[in-house]
Design a protein around this ligand. Structure first.
Ligand SMILES: Cc1cc2nc3c(=O)[nH]c(=O)nc-3n(C[C@H](O)[C@H](O)[C@H](O)COP(=O)(O)OP(=O)(O)OC[C@H]3O[C@@H](n4cnc5c(N)ncnc54)[C@H](O)[C@@H]3O)c2cc1C
Length: 307
């Protein structure tokens, strides 16, 4: 462990954490990013709604460019999964543990993201389908790409209905499939589905095969083949470190922050998918920039930052 605390430890190297790292390093602060290597952005085959890339960019390429940009200004980036975060005494430095190491930091930015719940299917098949756009997780991001295509949505209850209705703005051919049992929707949702011409199918559902440009789902009502399938099963928020350090969470499990990305614990900030379920790169980057600027200004209140 280095005895001199970092100015900021950024936990998570996705768009939120790396944007913050670029800003923080350019503020001449001593910072480190530690990243578990599972950015959702890195799974994007090609994003077409990220401004500035009219021909799209792969998520891996985007992350790589951001890492290089942060490193160019002196940010240290380590691979690792932070398993413990705590503050010894009020106003003391934070201590983070990962792998065999421990680091002290005056401030911490949590940019740990979320994980989408996957539909039951073979893992290799899932990853192949994701890479080919046969499985998709973000209609806001890529609904445009399925315009007028045949789409399956795996989900039930309000979430499945909402995702199907959202996608109805792109295509008329939508089938909502219950993930595990008979389809259950409220009477009002049933009317909305019927009015929109969305078909429903009982589960259990399992994606069983993919071809060059289609994916087949086995259901309680037989096999259905689609151009793409959207699982609408929710996500798990990576809020464990926020909880560990005592930061307040919202009802949705996301980290509660003020308008400047401060959590309820002084010196701990949060940004990106961890904070809001909009799940967009632009939002993650914007919050990363706000958080970094707040961190810089809060650190300067404690000790003027003079060159
Ligand atoms: C298939 C798919 C397609 C998408 N397409 C688009 C698109 O076209 N346009 C768009 O705007 N958005 C898209 N998104 C959403 C976008 O990827 C996310 O909104 C964005 O990645 C959020 O950034 P983040 O930095 O908050 O989290 P992430 O990118 O998920 O990064 C979080 C990082 O934190 C790390 N981490 C978590 N816990 C720890 C820990 N304890 N210690 C160390 N590291 C940790 C993780 O390993 C991960 O690397 C898509 C998402 C998916 C899944």
């Amino acid at each position: 462990m280095d005895d001199k605390p970092l100015d900021c430890l950024v936990i998570g190297g996705g768009p939120a954490g790396l944007t913050a790292a670029i800003y923080l390093a350019r503020f001449h602060l001593d910072i480190m990013v530690v990243d578990g290597g599972k950015s959702r952005a890195a799974t994007i085959p090609c994003t077409h709604n990220h401004a500035g890339f009219p021909d799209g960019i792969t998520g891996k390429d985007l992350i790589q460019r951001m890492k290089a940009q942060a490193q160019r200004y002196g940010a240290k980036i380590a691979d690792g999964f932070v398993s413990r975060l705590h503050q010894d005494e009020e106003a003391g430095p934070f201590e983070a543990e990962w792998g065999s190491g421990k680091w002290l930091a005056r401030s911490v930015l949590l940019a740990t993201g979320v994980t989408n719940r996957r539909p039951p299917m073979d893992e290799a098949l899932h990853d192949d389908a994701l890479a080919r756009g046969l499985i998709r997780y973000c209609p806001i991001c890529d609904g445009y790409e399925v315009t007028d295509k045949k789409i399956g949505v795996i989900g039930s209850g309000g979430r499945g209905v909402a995702e199907s209705l959202f996608l109805r703005g792109y295509t008329a051919d939508i089938t909502l499939i219950a993930p595990d049992k008979a389809m259950k929707v409220s009477a009002a949702d049933r009317v909305a589905l019927d009015q929109a011409g969305i078909k429903t199918v009982d589960g259990p559902a399992e994606a069983v095969a993919i071809a060059h440009d289609s994916i087949t789902v086995d259901t309680a009502e037989g096999h259905f083949t689609f151009d793409s399938v959207y699982p609408a099963l929710g996500s798990d928020v990576h809020c464990q470190l926020a909880e560990m350090v005592g930061a307040r969470l919202g009802d949705d499990g996301c980290a509660g922050v003020d308008a400047h990305m401060r959590t309820s614990v002084e010196g701990v900030y949060a940004a990106g998918d961890l904070v809001i379920g909009l799940d967009q790169i632009s939002n993650a980057m914007g919050q990363g920039g706000i958080a970094a600027t707040t961190i810089r200004n809060d650190l300067a209140k404690d000790r003027p930052l003079l060159r």
